[in-house]
Structure formats: C-alpha cells, structure tokens
Design a protein around this ligand. Structure first.
Ligand SMILES: NC(=O)c1ccc[n+]([C@@H]2O[C@H](COP(=O)([O-])OP(=O)(O)OC[C@H]3O[C@@H](n4cnc5c(N)ncnc54)[C@H](OP(=O)(O)O)[C@@H]3O)[C@@H](O)[C@H]2O)c1
Length: 278
C-alpha cells in the first residue's frame, strides 16, 4: 500500500469508528437502548448506561463484559432530577469530565383515551419522555463541550408526527423532543455539539409488546400501513443512532430522522394498487 493510500484508509477508518470516545445511553438494559449500547460499544466507544432494575442491568453488564465491550452501568430513574444529577456526576468521574455522546433513549407510554388521563399520569409521562432528555442534556452540556466533539441523539417516535388512538400525551411529549433537538442543535453548534433525533415506528421491544397487549389487530393495522410491510428490529434503529454519532456524520445536526419502514410517507393509495396503463 502506498503512503497516500495508507493515509486515506486510516482517515476513512477514523470517520467510521468511535474508538476512544465516551457515551452515556439511558435505558440500556432492554429494547432499543440495549441495541444502542451494543452498537456504540462495538464501534469502540466506552459506554455507561442506566436503568431502574438493578438485577437486569447487572445481567447485561456481565454479558457485555463477556463480549469484550467496555460498558459500565448504574441504577437511575431518569424521571427524577436528583437521580439525573447523580448519574451525570458518576459519568463525569468515570470519563474524566468529558463525554462525546449522550443518547436520551428512555421513554414510556400509558395507554388511555385522552380524557381519562389524570394530572399524575401527565406528570409521569412528561418527566419520563421530555424532562429527562432535556435535563440530562443541560447537565451533560459542560462534559459534551469539554470533549470538543459532542453528539446528542434523542429517541422520539412516529407518534410525534402522526396521531394514534392511544398515547396523546406521549405523542405530544415526543413532538416537543423533536423541537427541543432543533433548538439545542442551534444553541450548541458553537460548542461543536451536534443534536439529532431518531423517530422509530413499531420496533420489536418489550415496550411495544406492552403497548399492543390485547390489541393484536393494532399490530396488523400498523404493519398494513407500513410500506416495508413489517415491524422493525432494535438494531435497525441503533444503526441510525450510531451513524449520527460517528465523525462521518460531522455535518448532520438539527435533524429528525424517521426509522419507520416508510410509515410517515405512506402514500395516497396504500398498499399501492396495480393500475391498468392508460
Ligand atoms: N418499541 C417501539 O415500538 C418504539 C416506537 C417508537 C419509539 N420508541 C421509543 O424508543 C425508546 C426505547 O423504547 P423501547 O421500546 O426500547 O422500550 P423498552 O423495551 O421498555 O426498554 C426501555 C429501557 O429503558 C429503561 N427505563 C424505562 N424507564 C426508565 C426510567 N424512568 N429511568 C431509567 N431507565 C428507564 C428500561 O429498564 P427499567 O424498566 O428496568 O428501568 C429499559 O432498559 C423510547 O423512548 C420509546 O418511546 C419505541
């Protein structure tokens, strides 16, 4: 290999690697968060993750160690401000005051008609789906800035763009996240912090299983309105998240990217009918 070719391939390797970078992924013990932890760690990042259930988190940490990934974890309920502050303190001491990547993944829904929500439901949904990501981003801002190349990814939902007959408060909070991501991208561009949002449709995770419990018809209808004709896998979301964190995505900020099998495109006549040429 010539010198120029060797130089080219090493700069290409750097664009597609997270080697030497640090990441915090919230809600990494299951579902999409679990896949994101594995994706980032597989690309070379040192990852810290959290969830509320200690035993499940510890099982994951053992599995990741066996796979050779550098992952640590701590118990944290991200809907609680004191616990969020503790989490960022832990991450700061672990990564020496610098953080390259923050993935605000945690989210949850309460399935109810809109008029049945209590004030408590609204408060729980808002602190889990909106305040957690907002507050963790603000708390992590000094660490992301200190890394000199920061990236935040929010996990939103197609529910942020398309109403469904369950989850109005969830959807409204996810829409707020889409907009928050744009504001932070604008505010923090000068600190070289990029901020993007990934909005999935139906993905095979424990959350989706809970959401559609006793509503199998809902899964069929959802899939029938998805041009790719199937639900997604967590790895199909984590791949997009990882791309947004890579140096290769260095000019991408302030975007909301739907990973939805085409659901938000849908089309006027869907599924597309076969028409006689005229
Ligand atoms: N799956 C889908 O079809 C779908 C579609 C669109 C958007 N999304 C979004 O994708 C994200 C991940 O969803 P998922 O389907 O992977 O969910 P999931 O299967 O329920 O997994 C959620 C993860 O977050 C943790 N978690 C939940 N609440 C937490 C809290 N308050 N504090 C800390 N950790 C918490 C869970 O562990 P513990 O329960 O032990 O805390 C678990 O590790 C969410 O933002 C969701 O809204 C999912």
């Amino acid at each position: 290999m010539g010198e120029a070719e060797a130089k080219g391939s090493s700069s290409k390797d750097k664009r597609w690697s997270l080697q030497g970078m640090t990441a915090l992924v919230t809600g990494g013990s299951k579902g999409i968060g679990h896949a994101i932890v594995e994706e980032l760690a597989g690309l070379g990042a040192s990852v810290h993750t959290c969830s509320r259930t200690e035993s499940e988190l510890n099982n994951c940490l053992v599995e990741w160690k066996a796979k050779g990934f550098q992952v640590t974890g701590s118990v944290c309920d991200v809907s609680d401000q004191a616990q969020r502050e503790k989490l960022i303190n832990t991450v700061s001491s672990e990564f020496n005051g610098k953080l390259n990547i923050l993935i605000n993944n945690v989210g949850n829904n309460i399935r109810k008609p809109v008029s049945d929500y209590t004030a408590e439901d609204v408060s729980v949904l808002t602190s889990t789906n909106f305040e957690s990501g907002y507050s963790l981003s603000v708390l992590a801002h000094p660490l992301l800035k200190a890394s000199a190349a920061g990236s935040i990814v929010f996990i939103s939902s197609v529910g942020s763009a398309m109403p469904a007959n369950f989850g109005p408060i969830y959807g409204a909070n996810k829409a707020a996240i889409n907009q928050l991501g744009k504001y932070l991208a604008y505010d923090w561009a000068g600190d070289n912090i990029r901020v993007n949002t990934v909005a999935p449709a139906l993905i095979k995770t424990p959350l989706a299983q809970r959401a559609f419990e006793g509503f199998e018809e809902g899964i069929k209808t959802t899939i029938s309105r998805t041009p790719l004709g199937r639900a997604g896998e967590p790895e199909e979301v984590s791949a997009m998240v990882a791309f947004l964190c890579l140096p290769a995505a260095s000019y991408v900020t302030g975007q909301v990217i739907f990973v939805d099998g085409g659901m938000t495109v849908n089309g006027l006549f869907f599924p597309a009918p076969t028409l006689k040429p005229i």
